[in-house]
Design a protein around this ligand. Structure first.
Ligand code: FMN
Length: 365
């Protein structure tokens, strides 16, 4: 029923300006009946971050920035939803237009700039939740914060009771200087203060760091080293890219902002594999960037992801993308002869780590 309605609505939504279509989708989700989803294949279940996931596929940050519809999104079939990025105070974000569709490239470019309702409004919504599905809260600093790290620390204190884990977003390209927090010294101080705050609140929640796909190997090494030595629990690899692969066809690719979707897949998957090989199991890795079907989802797992997130393919394909991916992952488990999807994690990390940024390793679907 929901899928049929969504299939009917999509041609209409795709004719609206992208931000209006997004607002319409959130409004529709508020009224969506919560029919129970069919139980996924038990072989797709995962234990990670001290939690039991019915399957690895979640929704990435940015779709439900203000925690308006997390339970409707869980009811569509995602095993977890990340809300945010939230900042302590509400802020309007960048001037519109700031979100662009690149249909020929199965991609989006956005320069939203952390438009959101602020911690207080989101916390009120999360506290009123009736269900307990897995939900992470992604936060970042206000644009004009005088102490950016203090904004992250406040996020930990604010959302301890409401979040299954915290995601520290230091990789959005649309807040000037934010990605400087990925540098070794700044990151060391940020993670130390966030972990100190996390240890002081109950319940104790995992802390994940969301990184950019544009890091070089040295930058990645620094992040893995700081994350493991300071007690972070995992990485989300990755956010959108500021690079523009030469394969892009849509003229809107020249818009300033972060590129997501299909063209992001090679770089984000290579970085994920490199993080897997460097972290040696010490960090949970969430693979994100260009997942659009079961082949790309499986590739992320083989590159080293324990969990997956997507955004852009949900915009283009709607909720069907969830069923398609889960069916394909079940088939992949059967074909491989493995007991579960968990045993495929990292199985091809070396191939994916060695791939050139635009090329593809052997077996790249
Ligand atoms: C319109 C839009 C808004 C986004 N907003 C956020 C955000 O607020 N915080 C964040 O961490 N990532 C944000 N992202 C990045 C996504 O969470 C994800 O990392 C990225 O889009 C790559 O995944 P995809 O290729 O499946 O879209 C946003 C992406 C898009 C397209």
């Amino acid at each position: 029923m929901i899928r049929a309605l969504s299939a009917l609505a999509r041609p209409w939504l795709s004719r609206l300006p992208p931000e209006s279509a997004h607002r319409a989708a959130i409004a529709a989700l508020k009224f969506m009946p919560r029919s129970p989803t069919t139980a996924p294949d038990y072989r797709l279940a995962f234990d990670a971050l001290g939690l039991r996931f019915a399957h690895p596929l979640g929704l990435a940050a940015g779709f439900d920035k203000n925690a308006e519809v997390p339970d409707a999104l869980l009811a569509l079939g995602f095993s977890f939803v990340e809300v945010g990025t939230l900042t302590p105070l509400p802020q309007g974000g960048n001037a519109k237009p700031r979100l662009f569709r690149l249909p020929a490239d199965a991609a989006l470019v956005n320069r939203m700039g952390f438009n959101n309702d602020g911690f207080e409004a989101a916390l009120a919504r999360l506290t009123a939740r009736a269900t307990s599905g897995i939900l992470s809260v992604n936060f970042g600093p206000n644009k004009d914060a005088s102490d950016r790290i203090a904004d992250y620390v406040l996020g930990v204190k604010t959302f301890a009771a409401a979040a299954s884990w915290f995601t520290i977003n230091i990789s959005s390209p649309n807040t000037a200087g934010l990605r400087d927090l990925q540098r070794r010294d700044a990151l060391g101080e940020l993670v130390a203060r966030v972990i100190e705050a996390r240890e002081a609140v109950r319940p104790r929640r995992p802390v994940l760091i969301k990184i950019a796909p544009d890091l070089d190997l040295r930058g990645l090494d620094d992040i893995v080293e700081v994350a493991t030595s300071r007690g972070a629990d995992g990485l989300i690899v990755s956010n959108t890219t500021i690079s523009r692969p030469s394969t892009l066809r849509d003229p809107r690719s020249r818009e300033t902002g972060g590129l997501s979707g299909r063209p992001l897949f090679p770089a984000s998957t290579q970085l994920l594999a490199r993080a897997y090989l460097r972290a040696g199991g010490a960090l949970a890795l969430i693979g994100c960037g260009g997942i659009e079907d079961s082949a790309t989802a499986l590739a992320k797992i083989q590159a080293g992801a324990t969990l997956l997130q997507l955004y852009t393919s949900f915009v283009y394909r709607g909720p069907e993308v969830i069923d398609d991916i889960l069916d394909g992952l079940s088939a992949a488990v059967s074909t491989s002869g493995a007991q579960s999807i968990a045993s495929l994690v990292g199985a091809q990390a070396r191939d994916f780590a060695a791939a050139t940024r635009t090329g593809a390793p052997r077996g790249w679907a």
